[in-house]
Write a protein that binds this ligand. Structure first.
Ligand SMILES: C[S@@+](CC[C@H](N)C(=O)[O-])C[C@H]1O[C@@H](n2cnc3c(N)ncnc32)[C@H](O)[C@@H]1O
Length: 262
């Protein structure tokens, strides 16, 4: 073990556009001896790290888990106990479906110094990047961020409750289950004409989005060829998605609307 005390900074990388990283996140990257990063993190952010900083890819995709969570925990602990300044770089905010809470608890349990540098979550910035506010006085006075992937170990979402919420619903990790999400919302009483938008690669150069209603969204997504990673936004605010050049009635799409990228 080194004399110098190590530190693990759980840093939110933001939704993808490098300019949406926080100033503290950038500073921690510049100071880092090692950067441990996830699959959705924009690789451009790694350029903020020193040339001699270690860059370790522990990216996970839905069906492929190259590095197990316990191995990531152990790696972070080992680097910090060696006295290194470690940036654990996660997409969006590290505490929004990012397992940042688990890593923090594990490291603190070992006496490792940990700090959290919050990031801009895709759950809010994704919709915003195409002109959709998650709250709006005319449409929604709350918003709910929900993990849309398949139920795990018998823990099914409370669809009756979800379908009756007044606020905007934002599903992450939901593209593989889009049909099921739409089906459950309809079966539990959400009107078929409820607006819904899907935004893929939000804030990135390749951002694309479509809007429709619950009845038509699967067809619209298929026609546009959208897939993961994407946000699914359900509620009146979804109708505010800025139309692209080919904006239509039941479904419209947008390739770059309002991404703010220059
Ligand atoms: C494991 S979660 C991590 C969420 C992240 N911690 C956050 O706060 O944005 C990964 C999911 O976030 C969503 N996501 C993250 N970045 C995105 C982006 N730029 N565009 C669309 N969806 C994104 C997708 O639903 C993806 O499946």
């Amino acid at each position: 073990m080194s004399e110098r005390q190590g530190l693990v900074s759980l840093v939110g990388a933001g939704p993808g556009d490098p300019e949406l990283l926080t100033l503290r996140g950038k500073r921690r990257l510049e100071e880092a001896d090692a950067v441990v990063y996830d699959r959705l993190v924009n690789p451009e952010l790694l350029e903020f790290a020193r040339a001699d900083a270690e860059r370790i890819d522990v990216g996970k995709s839905a069906h492929h888990h190259p590095v197990k969570q316990q191995e990531i925990n152990d790696l972070l602990a080992r680097l910090a106990l060696d006295g290194k300044r470690v940036v654990r770089l996660k997409s969006g905010d590290p505490f929004v479906f990012g397992r940042g809470g688990e890593e923090q608890r594990y490291l603190r349990g070992l006496g490792v110094q940990v700090e959290v540098v919050p990031g801009i979550t895709s759950a809010i910035a994704g919709p915003a990047s195409v002109g959709i506010p998650v709250t709006h006085r005319d449409y929604a006075s709350s918003f709910h961020v929900i993990a849309g992937h398949r139920k795990r170990a018998g823990h099914e979402l409370d669809w009756d409750n979800i379908a009756h919420m007044e606020g905007t619903l934002v599903f992450l990790m939901g593209m593989e289950s889009l049909g099921r999400i739409v089906g459950e919302l309809l079966a539990n009483g959400k009107p078929a004409d409820t607006p819904i938008a899907v935004i893929q690669w939000a804030t990135r150069e390749n951002q694309r989005a479509v809007k429709s209603d619950l009845r038509g969204i699967e067809t619209a997504v298929e026609a546009a060829g959208l897939g993961a990673p994407a946000l699914i936004v359900v509620g009146g605010v979804a109708s505010l998605l800025e139309d692209g050049d080919d904006g239509g009635d039941a479904a419209s799409s947008s390739d770059s609307a309002g991404s703010g990228r220059s």
